[in-house]
Design a protein around this ligand. Sequence first.
Ligand SMILES: C[S@@+](CC[C@H](N)C(=O)[O-])C[C@H]1O[C@@H](n2cnc3c(N)ncnc32)[C@H](O)[C@@H]1O
Length: 335
Amino acid sequence: MAVITVNDTLSADRALRLIDRGSTLVWDGDFQNAKQLLAALGRRLPAADAGSFHVRRRRQARRAQVLNSLLIATHDHTIHLRRAPDVRQACLEAYGPPDGERLVPLRELLGVIGAHQLRIEGVQVPALGARIHPHYGVFAPTRSEYVDLVGDRPLPRPAVAFDIGTGTGVLAAVLARRGVPKVVATDNSVQAVECARDNLRRLGLQGRVQVVETDLFPPGRADLVVCNPPWIPARPITLLDHAVYDEDGRMLRGFLGQVHDHLNPGGEVWLVLSDLAEHLGLRSRAELLDGFRSAGLRVTGRADAVPRHRRARDNEVTSLWQLCPSGGSPFVEGA
Ligand SMILES: C[S@@+](CC[C@H](N)C(=O)[O-])C[C@H]1O[C@@H](n2cnc3c(N)ncnc32)[C@H](O)[C@@H]1O
C-alpha cells in the first residue's frame, strides 16, 4: 500500500483514483481545504441512506474505506497545518495523553471534534430534567423517547436495580432519580464506564449508582434489571456502531440467557428494543418472543414509543418489554 503526501493541488477525482488503486493520502496543505476535499470525495460516492439494508451497509463500508484514506498528521495532539483548529482537548478526550506522532483519518478527526462539542454542550434529557454529557465513542441519548419509556413506566419498589450496558449512564440516572436506592450499572466499554461515572457525578448520583466495567452482569441479583442493548443484529463497522450493532444478536442472547440467574424472587426485566431489526428482515417478532420463552421469561407488559429522530423509519417502534420469570409473579405496581 502506497502512502502519498498530497496538498491543495490535488483534485477530488485524482484523489479517488489514487485511493481506488490502494493509496493512503497524507495531507500537507491547508486544513480547511482538506475538509473540502473530503466533502468532495463524499459527493462522488453513492449515498448510504437509501436502498435495502444490505445495499446501505455495503455503501457505508465503501464510504468508510475511501473517506478514511485521507489522513492528517498530529504531533502531541497538535496539527501543524495552515488554518488548523486547536484539537488538543478533543484528542486528549478521545485518545488519552499526547503520545507523539499520530496519523488520523480526517473523517475520524472531525468526529472527535464533534464529540468534544457534544460533550461540552450535553444532551437535554427531559426524563431527567438535566443534561447528559456523552464522551467520544459512547452512545448519546439524543433519541429521548426510549428514555421516556423508562422514565414513565410505573415503577415497582426495587431495592436494587441493574442497568446492563449503561452507556452514558442515562437509564441508571433515571432509575436513581425515580427513587431506586441502589443501582448497579455495567458496560464492557471503558469509555462508557468513564462517561457514566462522569455523568452520575455531575448529577450528584454517584452515591446511589455504582458503575462496573464488565461483560453483561455484575455479581449478585436485582429486583429490576433494565437493558437497552444494541438493536441491530449485524457486524459493527465503526467504533460507534458497537452501541447500535450487535453481531449475531450476541448481547441480546447473552442477556436473555443469563438474566434469570440475576433476578431476585418476584423480580422483573425491562428490555428496551427497537423493532428496526424486524423491518430490516434481520430478526422476526416470533424469534424475539421465542427468545423470551427459551430464557424462561414471560411478557407481563409492553409500552411502545415512536422514535422522533430524523433517521427513524416511518413505521419503527421502540418498545419497553416488561418480562418476569415464567414461574414467578410480577411486582405489585407502586408509585
Ligand atoms: C444502545 S447502547 C445503550 C446505552 C444506554 N443504556 C442508553 O440507553 O443510552 C448499548 C450499550 O451496551 C453496551 N454493551 C454492548 N455489549 C455489552 C456487553 N456484552 N456487556 C456490557 N455492555 C455492553 C455498549 O457499550 C453500549 O454502551
